[in-house]
Every structure is written in structure tokens, then in C-alpha cells.
Design a protein around this ligand. Structure first.
Ligand code: ATP
Ligand code: MN
Length: 478
């Protein structure tokens, strides 16, 4: 058996008194020909390994270059040096894999996030990215914990779909037809009956419609899977491939939906605060450090840790879309013509407006409800005013929209009428309409963009830095 190692994270919680241990990891640094800082990915903290002078062959010492991988057997002793309470006094050191220190792209200095994105295959080896990805893991785990504890069923909705009716965004086509010479109909259009699925198919933009099928039988379901949008927008909040969590609940109205979403976000934040304190501490300091380059008024008023605690200690502000528009129209920013995009009842809020509401006006997360029906999807429940739908978006500081959801239209006649108005083909969605035909119930749901949540918790400003291998326009390396 090879893997008789102790993880550094576990070992650092012990009281050193000569225990014999084996560790394995990668050299972060080697100084004075005696001290190895070893990292094994279990924690941001390195283990100091003491290689006593004269004990090891010079040829061996030369191989302790940055990122070389080592297997070390030794005794855990109290450290005499400053900065660590213990160190591993090495008895045997074996190089598992050499690393050419000259060629290794990560030097012991600060690299920009842009540079690290170009070497995304190695960036896990930095403190910043190892923290981000441990937290991402914790958040994913917490998602399942939260819903499992509430009795929700995890539903795997399909990644390849034939419905292009949802209208959540531009889609990627899935086909096995030869694109240089596809079979054609008489009118010249592509004949998809000859395609793999016998119809035109795409990568899913949302699992919601299938989620509703589950919820209207199982009661409460959630999905957690990849979604794809061919949006040609190069922003710090959009990816072409991202992960989304979509709970869907029978017997929920809009308020039930908001309550659940708020509780969920609080739960996720608390979970990470409890389980990843060192990673959060590190990222909080990193952000504060990074913001020192910004002018005073662009810096955050709170550290990342303070912000997370603040969000958890406060309830989210709840306002209607109409109130949001009024606030914007009466804002100093609007009067001084600081907004680039128009503010008017009936048009969608732009990210600058969302950020104003959250960061300047309320200074906390805001849930905006009851949007005009013409800027929202066909399945949202129509309000009695005839103008708005029971939608809710949650806006978070620094991120903008983090959740989009609604109470769904459960009334068959209203739904069909809306589909006609919005040119959504009812015949293609016969299966969706069956839920309204056979025992329809009030129900609601929302979608939380997982990467935006990871961004919020880690304080990473660019969404490409919270997913291992980002997919974005002109970017599919690794
Ligand atoms: P936005 O207005 O920010 O583009 P949206 O209105 O298109 O968002 P929805 O269709 O409601 O978003 O999707 C639900 C959630 O999925 C959003 O609240 C957001 O958190 C996330 N999301 C949407 N598009 C993307 C994307 N391209 N990359 C990453 N996350 C996304
Ligand atoms: Mn979008």
C-alpha cells in the first residue's frame, strides 16, 4: 500500500510529541538548504519540513525545487522557529517527481489573475485558487445537505434538450449531421429528421421545465447541473458553461419561494464560514490587499468576512419592481445622469441599476418582485393587475443578479394564452402543459447561478476565477 500518508490539515491539529508520520506533497519553497515548505492541497497552510544539515545527500537536496513532489517520513516536533508551532523532522525523503524550477511558470511571487487564467491547469497550486476550489467544493456539498435535510429530491434533468421554448438565452446546437453538407428539405432548410435524435436539439439553458414535472409529483425537487448559454457577452458575471441549482416546489407561492431562497443563501454562507475559516480568512485578506490599488471610493466598506457576516445577520430587503424604478428615478445618480442605460417602467433593470439599489441605496441584498410581464418568461404567474408577473430576482452586492425565480402559472387557460402571445409553440410543450391538465397546483421555483454564489462567498471579481476551466467566447482551452 502506497498511500500511508497523513494529510497536512489533520496533522496541524495535533500536539507535536515525536509522532512518526509520512506526508506527501509539493515543495512550495526550500530555504537555507534545510527548510522545505510542503503543501499537499488539504489546506492553505504549508508544513515546515526540517532536513537537518549533513543528513541528506547534496544531490538529493538539489532536487527540492519548487513544485517537486516529495514523500517524507519523519517525526513531528515542536518548532523552534517563528511562524509555526510544529515541524516535521525528516528521516527519509524520496522525490516522487522532479520539477524543473526554471521552467515552472509559478514563481514565488505575486502573479496576476489574468496570467493565472492562462495557466489554469496549474493555478490550483496557488493559495488563492486552492482556497477558491475548496470553498467551491464546500458550497456544492452544502447545497445537497440543505435540500436533503428538507426532504427535496435531487432530480437529474437532461443536458441535451429538444425544446427551445424556454427563451432563457442563446443555445448551442447538438448535432451529428455533417455541417458542410447537411441533408436538406425541399425548401432548403436543414432536415433534422435525419439527425441523431430525429429533431433539432440543443444543450440545455435551464432544467426548470423538467423540474416542474418532478415537483408536481414528488413535491419538492432540486436540480444541480451544468447549463449552457451561447451568450456572446464578455462580462465578469457570464460564462458559456455554468452550473445552476434549480429547486422547484409544489404548493409554494412567491413569498414561500423568497423565504426559501433567502434561507438557502444564508445557509450556504454559514456553512462556509463554519467549515472553511482559514480559506475565507486568506481570501478576505487577499481582497483587501487587492483593493488597495483602487481609489478610496471604489474600495469595499467591509472586508469579505465582515460582508458575509453582515449578509447573514440581516434580512434581505424586499421591494417591487415598481418601487425599484421609483427609487432609481429619484436617485442622485439618475439626476446627475450617471446611469448609462435608460430607467423607465417596463424596461429591464441593467446591472448598473441593480448595483445602485444593492450597493448604494440599501447596502444589502435586495429581492425585487413583480416585474412587468413583457420582460419575463411565459411561465411566470400573471398578477391580477394584468401588467406584472409573480417574479423575483435576488440581487447581491458586487454581483448583481444571483437568483432568478417566480411563482409559475398554474392556470391552464392563462398559460396557454400567454404562450400564444409570446409565440411559444404549445404543441411542442404538450408534456409541460399536461402538468396543468392533470391536477395542477400552485408552485414556484428559482435558479441560483452556482458560480455567482462562489464569487460572492470568495470575493473573486471575475467569474472565470471560480470555475476550474472556464468556457467563454473564444475560450475553451484545457
Ligand atoms: P443575467 O441577467 O445576469 O444574464 P439571467 O436573467 O439571464 O441573468 P436566469 O435566466 O434567470 O438569468 O438564470 C438564473 C441564474 O443563473 C441567474 O440569476 C444567474 O445567477 C445565473 N446565470 C445566468 N446566466 C449566467 C451565465 N451566463 N453565467 C453564469 N451564471 C449565469
Ligand atoms: Mn442572461
Amino acid at each position: 500500500m502506497f498511500n500511508k500518508r497523513t494529510k497536512i490539515k489533520d496533522l496541524l491539529s495535533w500536539t507535536p510529541d515525536g509522532q512518526e508520520v509520512t506526508v506527501m506533497g509539493w515543495v512550495r519553497s526550500f530555504r537555507n538548504n534545510q527548510f522545505i515548505a510542503l503543501n499537499d492541497g488539504s489546506t492553505n497552510q504549508n508544513l515546515q519540513v526540517f532536513a537537518e544539515l549533513g543528513k541528506f545527500d547534496d544531490q538529493l537536496l538539489k532536487r527540492f525545487t519548487t513544485s517537486a513532489s516529495l514523500k517524507i517520513q519523519g517525526h513531528l516536533v515542536a518548532s523552534l522557529g517563528k511562524g509555526q508551532v510544529m515541524e516535521l523532522k525528516a528521516d527519509h525523503i524520496e522525490v516522487l517527481g522532479d520539477s524543473d524550477g526554471e521552467a515552472y511558470p509559478l514563481q514565488p511571487k505575486k502573479h496576476s489573475l489574468e496570467f493565472l487564467r492562462e495557466i489554469a491547469h496549474l493555478r490550483f497550486r496557488t493559495n488563492t485558487f486552492s482556497s477558491v476550489f475548496r470553498i467551491r467544493h464546500s458550497l456544492a456539498f452544502a447545497v445537497h445537505q440543505f435540500f436533503n435535510d428538507k426532504g427535496f429530491v435531487y432530480l437529474h434533468t437532461p443536458i441535451i434538450t429538444a425544446s427551445d421554448a424556454e427563451g432563457a438565452g442563446e443555445m448551442f446546437r447538438v448535432t451529428t449531421l455533417p455541417f458542410d453538407n447537411p441533408p436538406r428539405n425541399e425548401d432548403g432548410t436543414v432536415n433534422f429528421t435525419e439527425d441523431f435524435f430525429g429533431k433539432s436539439t440543443n444543450l440545455t439553458v435551464s432544467g426548470q421545465l423538467e423540474g416542474e414535472l418532478g415537483a408536481t409529483a414528488l413535491g419538492e425537487i432540486y436540480t444541480f447541473g451544468p447549463t449552457f448559454r451561447a451568450e456572446n457577452s464578455n462580462t465578469s458575471r457570464h460564462l458559456a458553461e455554468f452550473w445552476m441549482i434549480e429547486p422547484e416546489m409544489a404548493f409554494f407561492d412567491l413569498e414561500d419561494n423568497m423565504n426559501l431562497a433567502e434561507e438557502f443563501i444564508h445557509y450556504l454562507i454559514s456553512y462556509v464560514m463554519k467549515n472553511n475559516p482559514q480559506d475565507l480568512e486568506f481570501l478576505s485578506q487577499r481582497l483587501t490587499e487587492e483593493e488597495k490599488q483602487l481609489p478610496q471610493d471604489k474600495r469595499s466598506e467591509m472586508t469579505l468576512l465582515e460582508k458575509l457576516a453582515f449578509v447573514n445577520d440581516n434580512v434581505f430587503e424586499r421591494i417591487t419592481y415598481t418601487e425599484a424604478v421609483d427609487i432609481l428615478l429619484n436617485s442622485p445618480a439618475y439626476k446627475k445622469k450617471k446611469f448609462q442605460y435608460e430607467v423607465k417602467w417596463g424596461i429591464d433593470l441593467q446591472s448598473e441599476h441593480e448595483r445602485y439599489l444593492v450597493e448604494k441605496h440599501f447596502k444589502k441584498p435586495v429581492i425585487v418582485t413583480n416585474y412587468p410581464k413583457d420582460i419575463k418568461a411565459f411561465y411566470m404567474r400573471q398578477n391580477d393587475d394584468g401588467k406584472t408577473v409573480a417574479a423575483m430576482d435576488i440581487l447581491a452586492p458586487g454581483i448583481g443578479e444571483i437568483v432568478g425565480g417566480s411563482q409559475r402559472e398554474e392556470r391552464m387557460d392563462k398559460l396557454v394564452e400567454r404562450m400564444e402571445q409570446m409565440h411559444v409553440p404549445a404543441d411542442e410543450l404538450w408534456w409541460y402543459l399536461d402538468t396543468r391538465r392533470f391536477g395542477t397546483v400552485p408552485h414556484a421555483g428559482f435558479g441560483l447561478g452556482f458560480e455567482r454564489m462562489v464569487q460572492f462567498v470568495t470575493g473573486m471579481t471575475n467569474i472565470r476565477d471560480v470555475i476550474a476551466f472556464p468556457r467563454a467566447p473564444k475560450q475553451a482551452e484545457f
